[in-house]
Design a protein around this ligand. Structure first.
Ligand code: MG
Length: 434
């Protein structure tokens, strides 16, 4: 081909590309965000779910995102309706990165938990819209499947070692390769019974946490499990942040013989600088992140290789856009992901995590969370759990929808007042931070 022909060909390319883009987008004018609807629901189970529905200028095209916050749902609703929806309406939903960045600084102060929920809700809805537009599931837009399945870990608990063992076995029989083992619920293994122990006169009389008791009891549980179950099952444990720093070092060392998949939340977020010290003296793998809201928390821990797994909640840290960037950072430093999915989480957040899990090289594990039949009915496309794997679907976008009439039948209820599981106390009545 002569040089002149080549140049003529190159000149024709932009016109051809524009033509192709127009045909892919069916010749429709540029999309705009027409309306932002907030859909709160308790889904018949006392959930505190807040969904964001981003409705576009193309008839019938909308996206769904999760802005749920179990502790501040009403504030999230207000924030979106009064402050963010007016900012988002009229914008181009195709520009996910730009909308993410501009939303993140819209309130000037960033990385508050409530702002992050709103940002995550928008972000997931925009990826959902882009997937529907492209006719592809979101994991395909993110680079396609990097594995054939999304592994889950199950939650086993029990009154005593025998019951924990029985419950771990049940999950193993179902096909789970990873099981988190706890004993006696939240803080279990370290709780002194109500009224017992040496307490101040007229002090708190409920169950209280004692870290020496905990650090003695839990390694014995895992010794039992390894003797009875062998080395094949991958075992996890959650400390729920209740230890003081040096006891956390001690605990991680004592857990070493039991070959943990990971020990989670060994310290509260205020003490994350201690992770470096723990990492230097033990091979027990460490997981942290469900309380994180800012990159200033997870970036140093990942880049200094001070943790093995990052456990950010996708809807608490900026949605799919933030999760895929965090996963890329993890890949560079040999850290893996284990996005948090506590029982209060919703099916949209679970699927957002799933699409990221599928498409990243640094995937580690996904926390199990299952929903009652009413939720599967109310939210068609809700992921299924089978044999230790999470199954979404290949529908374009996130692959989930919501029946708004059903959701409206179960309005949000303000949570009851008073102390909650976050206000664990010690024997002297002092707070033990989660
Ligand atoms: Mg935890």
């Amino acid at each position: 081909m002569r040089r002149r022909d080549l140049l003529a060909g190159a000149a024709a390319m932009p016109a051809l590309a524009a033509q192709q883009y127009a045909s892919r987008t069916r010749g429709l004018p540029r999309l705009t965000i027409k309306e932002v609807k907030v859909i709160p629901t308790s889904a018949g189970r006392g959930y505190q779910w807040v969904f964001v529905k981003v409705i576009t200028s193309e008839p019938g095209l909308y996206g769904l995102g999760s802005a749920s916050n179990v502790n501040a749902a009403f504030s999230v609703i207000n924030l979106i309706e009064k402050h963010y929806a007016p900012f988002w309406v009229g914008k181009d939903p195709d520009r996910i990165e730009d909308l993410w960045q501009s939303t993140n600084v819209h309130a000037y102060w960033r990385n508050s938990m409530i702002h992050n929920n709103a940002l995550s809700g928008l972000d997931m809805a925009l990826w959902d819209i882009k997937g529907k537009r492209a006719g592809m599931p979101v994991y395909d837009l993110l680079g396609g499947k990097a594995r054939d399945g999304v592994s889950l870990y199950a939650h086993a608990d029990g009154r005593d070692m025998q019951q924990v063992e029985d419950n771990v076995r049940k999950y193993m029989e179902e096909g789970y390769r990873h099981v988190r083992a706890q004993m006696g619920g939240y803080g279990g293994g370290g709780m002194i019974a109500p009224g017992k122990g040496s307490r101040p006169a007229s002090g708190f009389q409920g169950a209280v946490f004692d870290e020496d008791l905990y650090v003695d009891t839990i390694p014995k549980l895992f010794e039992h499990l390894r003797v009875k179950l062998g080395r094949e099952v991958k075992l996890l444990h959650d400390v729920h942040e209740h230890l003081t720093p040096t006891m956390a070092v001690e605990f991680a060392k004592r857990m070493e013989p039991y070959h943990m998949f990971f020990v989670e939340d060994i310290l509260p977020p205020e003490q994350i600088d201690w992770f470096r010290e723990i990492k230097k003296v033990t091979t027990t793998p460490l997981a942290m992140g469900e309380l994180f809201t800012s990159p200033r928390e997870w970036v140093p821990l990942i880049s200094e290789r001070a943790i093995d797994f990052v456990r950010n909640r996708v809807s608490q840290t900026g949605g799919i856009t933030a999760a895929k960037k965090t996963a890329a950072l993890c890949e560079a430093f040999g850290v893996r992901t284990a996005w948090q999915e506590g029982g209060d989480n919703d099916p949209v957040n679970q699927l957002a995590a799933y699409h990221v899990d599928y498409s990243i090289a640094s995937f580690g594990i996904q926390e199990e969370n299952h929903f009652p039949p009413l939720v599967h009915e109310m939210m068609p496309g809700t992921a299924e759990l089978k044999g230790g794997y999470l199954y979404g679907n290949d529908a374009p976008g996130l692959g989930i929808d919501i029946n708004e009439a059903t959701a409206a039948k179960f309005p949000l209820q303000p949570p009851p007042g008073g102390d909650t599981w976050t206000t664990v106390r010690g024997v002297d009545g002092g707070l033990v931070k989660p």
